[in-house]
Each structure stands twice: as structure tokens, then as C-alpha cells.
Design a protein around this ligand. Structure first.
Ligand code: C2E
Ligand code: CA
Ligand code: CA
Ligand code: CA
Length: 274
């Protein structure tokens, strides 16, 4: 097992030649999967309030089940999709599926992961709007999760796009906050609604005093800038308690619920609370 540097472990690291071959094969199979599309699915992970009792929304997470290889982690195929440009049709597919889900669940807020290449592609806003209109949903039902690396792109273009999206009613979340290269002054420059504190910090709550200090400061700072804060990867009740005490707005993680297939999410939505 090899660490990917973020506290997440991958099954193996093949030698370079093999790795390239594997990537090409993965890309070819992903192209096929996009055309068959029965192999792809969006699962939904509930995002709860800090009591852990009330669902505030869900994050859409892509799942790929290959007919022979079985399930393949997004951590393995998303980077390949980004390198090959397949992320563009794949990202469109994700948007359409999420819009369909939003149409079926009118009160539900759905967060969608948008890769930097997709976000910065010239047709992104047009594609998104077309899909939203086609499904007759409100942009308020969608939150776009972007990573800090997007903010390192052409600044004026990024700023204008963010402003346009927010004016239209889309919400923006900054994903994996704290792991990227950008500094806090990006928060003053770029309009976002939510910060998602990366799992790496949440995992160390109660274990490393610095993690508590960082998480508490990010929550306080975010609030003073008028942002909402989501904690990712909440796995234990003691983490939840620390986050609730620090005033964290939203929680996501295995403690609350793992990602769920559509039918299971429907059942959860029917239950009065949680
Ligand atoms: P992410 O956006 O940071 O998503 C959170 C990841 O953490 C998900 O992994 C989720 O299943 C996992 N997770 C949630 N709660 C816990 C927890 O309590 N403990 C642990 N250990 N993990 C938890 P997943 O589904 O494997 O996705 C991995 C990454 O792949 C995502 O990270 C995201 O960057 C990317 N991804 C997934 N779906 C899409 C998509 O539709 N489009 C794009 N562009 N990227 C996607
Ligand atoms: Ca995300
Ligand atoms: Ca994340
Ligand atoms: Ca992540």
C-alpha cells in the first residue's frame, strides 16, 4: 500500500511503464463506459447539520463498475479522465444525472464535483444552464464544488464566472480546503458560499492539538467572512462533538452516512429525520 500523501491509501503503485499502459487502458474503457453508461452511476452522500439529525443536502459522487474489473475508485479514474479530456463528457453526464435527481427531489440541494478543466472550459456555463433549464429545476438546488487549484487559473475569467454563477443562483463550495496551494487571501478575492474542510484535518481532531486549532480557526475565520463551513470525513462521535462545539455548520462522513445509491437515498429522504 502506498500513501497518496493525503492520508488516503491506494492499493498498489505499478512501475512507470505499466502505469502508463494501465492509464491508456483505463481511458479506453472509460470511453466505452460513457457510451454504455449503465456502468456509471451517481451515489449520494448526505450532508447533515451539526446535530447529525437533519439532512441539509447531498454530495453526488461518481461510481464506475466495470463489467470485468468490478468497481474502480474515482481516485483512480478521475485523474485519467482529466488527462485525456474525457472529464468533459463525463462531467456533462454528471450534471445531467444530478439535474434529473434534483427534478425528482424538489427540496433537495445537490453538490456536484466540478474538475478544474471542466469548470474552466468555455462551454461550462452554457452546458450547465441548458441542463438546468431542460430539467426545469432551480439553480438554487445545485452547489458546485471546486478546488482551490481552479482559483490559480486566469484570475479575471475565474472571478467573472464565479460572480455569474452566483448571480444566477448557483452556490459554490471550495472543496478540500486547506490542502491546496492557495492562501487565505483568495477568500477575499473570490466569492464562494461554503468551505469544505478536508478530511485530513478532521481525522486529527483530538489527536493532534494543531488540528483542533486549525479547524477552529478556519470555522471562525469562515464565519467572519460570511461563509458556511462543512467538515468532510467525519467518522467518530468525538469528532462530531468537537465540530459542533466549534460551530461547524455542516457535517459529512461515514459517522453520518456513507454515499448511498439513489434508491437508498430515496428511503432516507422519506424518513422524518436523518
Ligand atoms: P471528494 O470530493 O473530496 O469526495 C469525498 C470523498 O471522501 C468521497 O470519496 C467519499 O466517498 C469519501 N468519504 C466520505 N466520507 C468519508 C469518511 O467518513 N471517511 C473516509 N475515509 N472517506 C469518506 P470518493 O467517492 O471515492 O471520491 C473521491 C474523489 O473523486 C472525490 O473527492 C472527488 O475529488 C472525485 N470525484 C468523485 N465524483 C466526482 C465527480 O462526479 N466529478 C469529479 N470531477 N470528481 C469526482
Ligand atoms: Ca467534493
Ligand atoms: Ca472534498
Ligand atoms: Ca477529498
Amino acid at each position: 500500500a502506498k500513501s497518496d500523501g493525503r492520508g488516503c491509501y491506494r492499493l498498489y503503485a505499478p512501475p512507470l511503464g505499466k502505469a502508463i499502459q494501465k492509464r491508456q487502458l483505463l481511458a479506453e474503457e472509460l470511453r466505452l463506459a460513457l457510451n454504455r453508461s449503465g456502468d456509471l452511476a451517481l451515489w449520494y452522500q448526505p450532508i447533515m447539520d451539526s446535530s447529525g439529525q437533519n439532512m441539509l443536502g447531498v454530495e453526488a459522487l461518481l461510481r464506475w463498475t466495470h463489467p470485468v474489473w468490478g468497481s474502480i475508485s474515482p481516485a483512480d479514474f478521475i485523474p485519467v479522465a482529466e488527462e485525456t479530456g474525457l472529464i468533459l463528457p463525463l462531467g456533462d453526464w454528471v450534471i445531467r444525472q444530478a439535474c434529473l435527481m434534483a427534478q425528482r427531489c424538489p427540496g433537495l440541494t445537490i453538490s456536484i464535483n466540478v474538475s478544474p478543466l471542466q469548470f474552466l472550459s468555455p462551454n461550462f456555463f452554457a452546458h450547465l444552464s441548458a441542463s438546468v433549464q431542460q430539467h426545469g429545476i432551480s439553480p438554487h438546488q445545485l452547489e458546485l464544488e471546486i478546488t482551490e487549484s481552479v482559483l490559480l487559473g486566469e484570475q479575471q475569467q475565474v472571478l467573472e464566472l464565479l460572480q455569474r454563477l452566483r448571480r444566477t443562483g448557483y452556490r459554490i463550495a471550495l472543496d478540500d480546503f486547506g490542502t491546496g496551494y492557495s492562501s487565505l487571501n483568495y477568500l477575499m478575492q473570490f466569492p464562494v458560499d461554503t468551505l469544505k474542510i478536508d478530511r485530513c484535518f478532521i481525522q486529527l481532531l483530538g489527536i493532534q492539538a494543531q488540528a483542533n486549532a486549525i479547524v477552529e480557526s478556519v470555522i471562525a475565520l469562515g464565519h467572519s467572512l460570511g461563509l458556511r463551513i462543512t467538515a468532510e470525513g467525519v467518522e467518530t462521535e468525538s469528532q462530531r462533538l468537537a465540530l459542533a462545539a466549534a460551530g461547524c455548520d455542516k457535517l459529512q462522513g461515514f459517522l453520518l452516512s456513507p454515499p448511498q445509491p439513489v434508491e437508498k437515498l430515496f428511503l432516507m429522504l422519506k424518513q422524518p429525520s436523518g
